[in-house]
Each structure stands twice: as C-alpha cells, then as structure tokens.
Design a protein around this ligand. Structure first.
Ligand code: ZN
Length: 370
C-alpha cells in the first residue's frame, strides 16, 4: 500500500509524491531504483528529494490517494546481486592491492566502482576477481545488523562512517570478509550471486581507475553474447579463438602492405596516364580531365603538365593547378552551380551534382575573365 499525497504533470510525465514509499529511489547509495506499478500506473523512475519526499515518475495520471503497489521482484533481485557483488569486489581490491573504493554506480547494463589506484595491472585484477569469486563460492550468509553509531564504529568497517549517518546504522556483514554501512539491497547468501566478472577498466579523474563489472545473470548473458561473437569471428577468420589475435594482426599488416602497393601502382599509372588525358583549351589555358579511381586522381595531381587538372572522384571534383588560383575558381563555380567546396591556390575540391559539361562550361567562363 502506498499513500500518494500529490500528483502533477510536467512535459508529458506524471509525478506522484509520497512521504514514504516501498520503492527504492534511483541513485541512492549508487543503487538503481525499483520499478513496478502504483495502482494502474507503471513506475518509470523514483527520486528522493532533499526534503525526503519520494517522487515516483509514472506513465499515466492517477488521483492522489491510497493504492496497492507491485514491485518488480526480478529487478530487485538483480539489484541485490549487483550491489552485494560490489561489496565483495571492493573488499577484494582493498585486500589484494590496498585500493579503496571511492565511489560506486549501478547502471542498467553494468556497474562501476572507482578505485583509488592510478593503474590496474592484469595480475591485480585477476587476483581480486578470483578472491571475490572464492567468497561467492563459499556461500557465506550476508547479515544485516542495525547498530547504534558507537557499536557500528567498533565493527572494523571497510569505510569510515560519514558524518551524515544518523544514530542508527545499517550494517551489511559478509562473514569476516567485509563489513560496510549500507542501506541498499543485498542477497541473503553470497552463493546467490553465482559469478562476479570484471569486463572493462579505464583511468578516470586523475589517479582513479574505473572498473566495470557484472554479476549473476548479467555476467552469464554477457558471456553468452561474447561466445556467439567469438564463434562468428572464429568462422570469419578461419582461426581458433587462441590464434585470433595473431590472425587479425596478420590481416591488418597485409591491408597496410596492400594499401602501399595500391599507392605505388597509382603513381606508376599516373606517370603514364597524365600525357593521355582528355585536354581542353580554354582561352590560353590547357585543362585536362580525369574520371576514375580516387587513388589515381590523387597521384595525377603530382604529374599533370597542363595549367589545370580536374578529376572526378568519389569525394567530388578535385582541382589541381600550376598557375590558376583554385580557390578563386571554386568560388566562381559556387556562384553558378549548386554545391560546396573550397581549397587553396594550388588545390581544391568542389562537391556538386553538376555534370562535367556544366562544370567545364563554367570553368571556361571563369578562365575567359581572369
Ligand atoms: Zn550495499
């Protein structure tokens, strides 16, 4: 049962306010919020205000009053799994590498802890993850204790109590492995977590390391996804998973070699081709044109002998010149033809839907007046 005292609408969303709620708020203690139903409305998000009111964001309007509510139990169980995994992982990093947890954030996809360490080595990561999974496999009961502040401070807490903590403190105790003050959801026994897996890590905010982890079903789903991706890659690369890295490195090197071979061949071709290009004579100027492979067009800009070279490439028309200012020519083209472009005196590009005929006519007009 929940008592909604006020409901208002803002930007098509409905906000139902109560003094107390069975729905855990989003972001409190880094944890995700509950979802479910209040009467006929779906709860999309839950926020706690600075005045300790709980605001439920709903998908439809409801009148203030008392309602039955349903909380998504599967989601709550997942939240408890991720949250308890965080306690265990944070304690593991502290034991293995004396790295404290500065902050924790639970996301819909993965969760993160920010560790007070500038660099995370593979060895530290492996040892911490193994230790965390050992505690999971030991199937240790997770105790919840309500203690007054003085008693709580004697409990060898992983993190000192914040000044804001009131007289009564909720302590989450995982055997002698970890004792922390926390108000979130936790599993009853570490065995329920199943598995804890770090999936990524990066340096963040100066000297901190952000670790991304998954626990329980999230980890299994991720494993399933990665198995399928690796299986497909293994087929595509005709390589076993163990040899995949070498295989990809080999392929990348081959691509690099082939790119430089294409460049050399284009240069060789351009050296021969520039003399055979179609050439127009506009006023006193010679203008040669080329339409074909981009690489060859780029190489031709080195070898052409006429006053102006125009190449049609996949990027638009490419201009190269020895005595005509390409930037001025492109500005003139832009006035007459649709398109965009620009460049310097020696080289420029013009992207347009105009045909060769229109482009050459406009170029001729420009050359007649310079
Ligand atoms: Zn907790």
């Amino acid at each position: 049962m929940i008592k909604i005292k006020r409901v208002y609408e803002e930007n098509g969303k409905f906000f139902a306010v109560s003094d107390q709620s069975p729905f855990y708020p989003d972001g409190k203690g880094g944890q995700l919020g509950d979802r479910g139903k209040i009467g006929p409305a779906n709860v999309l998000n839950v926020q706690e205000t600075s005045e300790h009111e709980i605001v439920h964001i709903l998908d439809r309007f409801i009148e203030p009053g008392e309602y039955d509510c349903v909380i998504d139990q599967l989601r709550q169980k997942d939240i408890a799994t991720q949250h308890t995994a965080q306690h265990i992982l944070s304690a593991s990093f502290l034991k293995v590498a004396q790295a404290g947890t500065v902050s924790f954030h639970m996301g819909e996809e993965s969760s993160t802890i920010d560790l007070d360490m500038p660099q995370l080595t593979i060895e530290t990561l492996k040892a911490s993850e193994e230790l965390a999974n050992e505690i999971v496999r030991k199937c240790v009961d997770v105790e919840i204790l309500q203690l007054d502040r003085e008693e709580a401070e004697k409990m060898n807490l992983r993190k000192a109590l914040s000044e804001k903590v009131a007289d009564l403190v909720r302590i989450v105790k995982i055997d002698d492995f970890d004792t922390s003050a926390c108000g979130g959801y936790h599993v009853k026994n570490t065995g329920e977590i199943g598995v804890i897996k770090v999936v990524s890590w990066e340096k963040t905010k100066g000297s901190l390391t952000r670790v991304y982890f998954l626990a329980g079903n999230r980890a299994v789903k991720d494993y399933n996804k990665k198995v399928l991706v690796l299986r497909e890659l293994s087929k595509l690369l005709t390589s076993s998973i163990d040899q995949m890295q070498d295989r990809i490195e080999g392929l990348l090197n081959k691509i690099k070699d082939q790119a430089s071979l294409i460049k050399s061949l284009s240069e060789e071709l351009a050296k021969v081709l520039h003399e055979k290009l179609e050439t127009h004579r506009f006023k006193g100027y010679t203008v040669s044109t080329y339409e074909g492979l981009d690489e060859v067009a780029y190489s031709l800009t080195k070898y052409f002998q006429t006053d102006l070279l125009i190449c049609k490439t996949s990027e638009g028309y490419l201009f190269a010149s020895k005595g005509i200012d390409c930037s001025k020519l492109i500005e003139a083209l832009k006035k007459e033809l649709p398109g965009t472009g620009g460049g310097g005196a020696r080289r420029g590009t013009f992207k347009t839907t105009a045909s060769w005929k229109e482009l050459l006519l406009t170029t001729e007009k420009f050359l007649e007046v310079i």
